[in-house]
Design a protein around this ligand. Structure first.
Ligand code: FES
Ligand SMILES: [Fe+2]
Ligand SMILES: [Fe+2]
Length: 424
């Protein structure tokens, strides 16, 4: 009887699995190597067709930093096994298993061709066109208060806005360091009020494109290292702006208790801005040592898009920018480090280690102020976080997680594991 029940369970599993095969069209119509399918849950899929006419499928957003794998190249890694190479930093993902030599893992899906039609095994509904997202979670928002008066020069907000409007990254960094010093030495004591710009300024010479639109040329190992350092420097430049933006935009926010955010909140983000400025400096210098310069490659504005998406709500901003994106930075650190170490680039390794130590404190700051607000307002921290991430972050969180780094920042697994895609 027991055996019968087990068989029945197995048979039912097969039926459930069979129900999730989706036909995506005639095999003959897939002429190009990569075709992107949009999924209703935001986890889009790339269908890969090899020269021999075999089909494979995996998540189209790179587990590293979300690069567009649907614009990647297919390469033989030398062992006869094919991999999809991300166009952003050239990480490889095996078509068969989704594993990468960098240690990252992408989700793969079974593909079958039956009667000339291609089927992908996924629970999501796929479409050739972007699916409009219906947002269902509603939350009270901690919106910034509308500011009418311009801020005086003696306030933190005046300088935050000035830095946001400074296009030259070198000047942005220098001014950030000055303001950090003035804040610490008491030259600036007031927070003030001001309306930050919708978009921080960038040099005209810098090509900023939507995330997903960057396609870099192929390069040798040095070129790929420069590309990686360049992309990190770009993220640091946005991170400086995001830190000043949270200060200026939420300077007058009021909690439901009627309280304002305490002085330490602003001090924490002045420190984060100072760290990001230091990181940008270190990376820019290293890029120069390697014979290139910042601005020679196109950059994306993904971090700013998340800032814009959360500009109406302080809790959402802390959750998405600091507890999702910055925590993701901790996750990919070991792989990035080993990539530079494998090529004997010890100078870059030293810089990455400095950045990593600081970034742990940034995740900790996000977590500290998120839990502060939740406890003041009587909200359940974990439920609030999970709801906000589902509402504002596209797709699921992807393992592997840097459990140790996250733990050092105070972020235990209960925060992020429930946001991973359930296995089908
Ligand atoms: S985003 Fe794909 S390798 Fe970095
Ligand atoms: Fe940083
Ligand atoms: Fe940071």
């Amino acid at each position: 009887m027991e055996q019968f029940e087990e068989d029945l369970v197995e048979a039912l599993k097969d039926v459930v699995k069979a129900g999730s095969w989706q036909c995506v069209g005639d095999a003959a119509k897939f002429k190009s190597p990569c075709t992107k399918f949009y999924a209703d849950d935001g986890e889009h899929i790339v269908l890969v067709r090899t020269e021999e006419g075999r089909f494979w499928a995996m998540d189209s957003s790179c587990p590293h930093e979300g690069g567009p794998l649907d614009q990647g190249d297919i390469e033989d890694l030398g062992d006869g096994k094919l991999a999809l190479i991300c166009p952003w930093h050239y990480f490889d993902f095996s078509l068969e298993t989704g594993s990468s030599s960098t240690g990252l893992q992408n989700q793969v899906y079974d593909v079958r061709v039956v009667d000339g039609k291609v089927y992908i095994n996924t629970q999501s509904t796929l479409s050739c066109y972007p699916v409009p997202v219906t947002k269902t979670v509603k939350m009270d928002v901690l919106s910034p208060v509308e500011i009418k008066s311009a801020s005086s020069e003696n306030t933190l907000c005046f300088w935050a806005t000035k830095i946001l409007c400074t296009p030259d990254p070198k000047e942005k960094v220098a001014l950030t360091k000055d303001v950090q010093r003035w804040w610490h030495t008491g030259k600036i004591t007031e927070i003030g009020e001001c309306a930050p710009p919708n978009q921080p300024s960038r040099m005209d010479s810098l090509t900023v494109v939507e995330p997903g639109k960057i396609k870099r040329g192929k390069g040798g190992t040095q070129a790929s290292r420069v590309a990686l350092l360049h992309s990190l420097a770009n993220i640091e430049q946005w991170a400086i702006d995001v830190s000043w933006d949270i200060i200026a935009r939420f300077s007058s926010v009021q909690l439901s208790t009627g309280d304002s955010m305490p002085q330490e909140f602003f001090s924490d983000f002045v420190k984060v801005a100072g760290d990001e400025a230091k990181h940008y400096d270190l990376l820019e210098e290293r890029i120069k040592e390697l014979g290139s310069s910042f601005g020679t490659l196109p950059v994306h504005n993904g971090l700013w898009q998340s800032a814009t998406e959360t500009s109406h709500n302080l809790l959402a901003r802390l959750a998405i920018v600091h507890m999702v994106h910055e925590a993701r930075g901790l996750d990919v650190h070991p792989q990035t480090l080993s990539r530079f170490a494998a090529q004997g680039d010890t100078n870059s390794v030293k810089i990455l280690k400095v950045i990593y130590t600081d970034e742990i404190t940034h995740v900790a700051a996000g977590l500290r102020w998120f839990t502060y607000i939740c406890s003041k307002e009587g909200r359940d921290c974990l439920t609030t976080f999970h709801d906000l991430v589902k509402l504002h972050f596209k797709g699921y969180l992807k393992p592997p997680f840097n459990t140790e780094g996250r733990m050092t920042a105070g972020m235990t697994e209960e925060w992020y594991v429930p946001l991973v895609k359930p296995s089908s």
